[in-house]
Design a protein. Structure first.
Length: 367
């Protein structure tokens, strides 16, 4: 089969209605069958290039002329620029540049609008897929056009990201290392929080307490108290059976001192050990200059719900960042408020969120 016969066979396949001509719809169908997503403007541009007599249809002679032009001048060269968001480019014929842009599934390009980008070159489409046809005076112009498009894609998609300091919860409550379990539990209940950073006198982060540490501390205190009561009961039985009366040998001052010591011991038992004895130590902190993407990765890698935020290059506490803070930035849930004031909100403003959180607590799963 010679070249002309091959062209006739190709033309007949594209001539769907068999009338001897290829119209705009048939040209569009031919592009689709070749895997090319083309906009109406792209089809019009290609139609205008092939249709030399401007009668809105392509005859076999025009098809042959176009094919010969492609074969003799372009020699079948195809230029491809693969990238996740960069356009694919092919030249057919050399004087026409067809640009097709598509965004791969799963790639986040919220700030990139391919339709608007290619619209500058007479193309169109939507933000995730678009195309354009550009007439060239010379093939060398294609490289400059593509370079400008890629530069604009990079400048558009690489916008400055928000830092942790922009959306963290601040100011934030904190706990002193000498506070008791009862005082920490009171803060948890009063302000409806489930984790608080522990800071020293210089407001530097030295640990973290969560509702799990508070519950464990309460359980330990209860166990110790039960053990003490059992020991006192056993000692009382032993003293009742003991005929020795050593207490009579003690002076009033010594008895008073023993009573005072017992009162101090009882008070210490009642207060329980300080926070520094049972808090989480060697915890992860993040600096306020980190980006949202970086802190999101840290939250996922460490499987935690919150992380204290410190000043750059120090341990000085400036806030807390939680999963909810990150979700607010993604704006996945329109019902969440986005003022990012955290605990600086008034109690009245936070009341609906607090009420909802209390209702949802019953569904929490302890890990």
């Amino acid at each position: 089969m010679n070249t002309l016969q091959k062209l006739r066979s190709s033309f007949d396949k594209k001539d769907l209605d068999g009338n001897g001509y290829i119209d705009r719809k048939e040209l569009s169908a031919a592009l689709v069958s070749s895997g090319i997503i083309a906009t109406e403007d792209t089809i019009l541009g290609l139609m205008d290039t092939i249709d030399t007599n401007k009668d809105d249809i392509i005859c076999f002679e025009e098809f042959v002329e176009f094919s010969n032009d492609v074969q003799t001048k372009s020699r079948g060269q195809n230029y491809m620029l693969p990238s996740e968001t960069s356009p694919e480019i092919s030249t057919s014929p050399p004087s026409t540049l067809i640009i097709i842009g598509r965004v791969k599934p799963g790639v986040k390009t919220k700030s990139v609008n391919l339709g608007k980008l290619l619209g500058k070159h007479g193309g169109g489409g939507h933000p995730k897929a678009a195309s354009a046809t550009v007439r060239l005076n010379d093939e060398s112009e294609a490289a400059g056009i593509m370079s400008d498009l890629v530069d604009e894609l990079i400048e558009t998609s690489l916008q400055e990201q928000a830092t942790v300091g922009d959306f963290m919860t601040s100011p934030v409550l904190s706990v002193k290392p000498d506070m008791t379990e009862f005082q920490v539990e009171d803060l948890f209940t009063r302000y409806d929080v489930r984790a608080l950073p522990v800071v020293n006198e210089e407001n530097e982060v030295i640990g973290l307490v969560t509702y799990k540490e508070v519950a464990a501390a309460k359980q330990r205190m209860w166990n110790k108290e039960q053990k003490r009561l059992r020991q006192e009961a056993n000692k009382k039985k032993q003293d009742d059976n003991d005929d020795d009366d050593d207490d009579d040998s003690l002076s009033p001052e010594e008895k008073k001192k023993i009573i005072e010591q017992r009162k101090i011991a009882d008070e210490q038992r009642r207060r329980g050990p300080p926070v520094k004895a049972w808090m989480k130590q060697h915890i992860k902190t993040v600096e306020a200059s980190l980006t949202m993407a970086e802190v999101e990765a840290i939250l996922l890698e460490n499987d935690v719900g919150c992380i204290p935020v410190v000043q750059d290059g120090s341990r000085y506490l400036v806030g807390m960042v939680t999963r909810t803070d990150v979700l607010r930035q993604h704006r996945y849930y329109p019902s969440l408020h986005y003022n990012n004031k955290g605990m600086s909100d008034s109690i009245a403003a936070r009341a609906p969120i607090i009420a909802l959180r209390k209702k949802l607590k019953q569904f929490d799963l302890d890990e």
